[in-house]
Design a protein around this ligand. Sequence first.
Ligand code: PEP
Ligand code: MG
Length: 543
Amino acid sequence: MEKYAGKGVYGAVAIGRISLFRKADLSVERVHREDTDSEKKRVEDAKAQAGEQIQELYEKALKEVGEANAQIFEIHMMMLDDEDYNESIEHIIDTQKVNAEYAVAVTADNFAEMFASMEDAYMQARSADVKDISNRIIANLMGKKEQKNQFADKMIICADDLAPSETVSLDKDKVLAFVTAYGSSNSHTAILARNMNIPAVIGVGDGFLSEIADGQNAVVDGFTGEIYVDPDAETLQKYSQKQKEDEERKKLLQNLKGKENVTLDGTKINIYANIGGVENIGAVLANDAGGIGLFRSEFLYLQNSDFPTEEQQFFAYKKVLESMSGKKVIVRTLDIGADKQADYFGLKKEENPALGMRAIRICLTRPDIFKTQLRALYRASAFGELGIMFPMITSVNEVEEILEICEEVRNELTNEGIEFSEHVELGIMIETPAAAIISDRLAPLVDFFSVGTNDLTQYTLACDRQNPDIENFVDTHHEAILRLIEMAVENAHKNGAWIGICGELAADTALTETFLRMGIDELSVSPAFVLKVRDTVRKIRLK
Ligand code: PEP
Ligand code: MG
């Protein structure tokens, strides 16, 4: 038995077998080849194989996600036959006398860069397609099997790190737990694990992956961050017992369903849930959340290989609103950038992505993308109680510009005779110190604030939320953060706005009383934490 330790990010115990999540190594070397004809023939064969694979994917996508989403594979198919692309590969092989892999990789880089530098958003998005199709050809040339991320059984997924897009693409029904060598507890991968109620341990360190193998038995303790590989009988017995007790405790909380979120002396608060997509609605309803306080809409974008259309988004938002039957649903407009990257946005590599082109900055720079999302949201508003909020706000100007764009969208819909609700609440996230400090100026412009403590902590304490090495410097209860929240609460209420917290701190029950005393109106937490926070609220006496 080997013991490892990392940081537990979702408290639950998993017992099962390990599956290593491998990313194919497609690094290409430049090799001299005299026989250029045979290299060109290899490219042809690899392309033919790619054609068959894409056809298969197209048919699967058509069945599972519909024609609009399947179209991406038609585009890939067309690219395989693109004359310029193919001429470039042949030209490099002929003139440089090099291996096929190298010629494809260089062509891919050149074409991807060319697309990324185009003005038109649609053409920019083709950059990711060229990379995708080229990687497929290179993998075929190298004889590497496609990473399908499909496991026969529910497994404990072990990886060096998982990007949010990789996490969302995993088949959730086959994941027992996540264990990663790197990563930090406020990263989106950790948040996703929490949203999916999956035990997760991160930051186990370098050696871990080289010492374990597919199929080994393991125990993952998401409470303490401990992992036991090849556990002995005694350990297995101890953790089966712990798993049972945890499940019983969670069952006890079920008795709180249908009860109010009210303190012993009568103060009430809303407890809502955070979601990443339509698939989390079941957990929201099962845990009796009063609404959805944060729908991270960017996951719709991360699950796609191209910009989701207005229609696709409309159906997703409508479905969430309808499933919540009149309860409030607050959708945050896309918060792409920093650790949440979608290649088709064609964003430049940045030195400091957390301080770079992300979230509202992308939306205000590329209003076509923003307006498509707003149109879909307003159209969906006719089907429930919608609120829209905007991330990464730092200034009054940004909010004024956003409100103008919202008005434009409403006018367009009115002129087109399309129905929407007149009562959509508009709010902003308070997740930069700047927003908290000028909250007196921002509050009169909006209906509500929602405090994003994950980013507020990162920017206030100057601690990169992605960097596990500095976790010891992250004091989530730091006075500076609490003072900024308090300032925002006072300014919201003075100006007739309500205020909630939707960052991970909202679920920290050591602070529930502090938040209630501040006058916070709503706490929005991962669905699995709703009843735990309700339980805490019901035991508090404020007066
Ligand atoms: C936050 O920053 O606290 C937040 C809720 O947004 P995200 O974690 O998605 O950045
Ligand atoms: Mg944030």
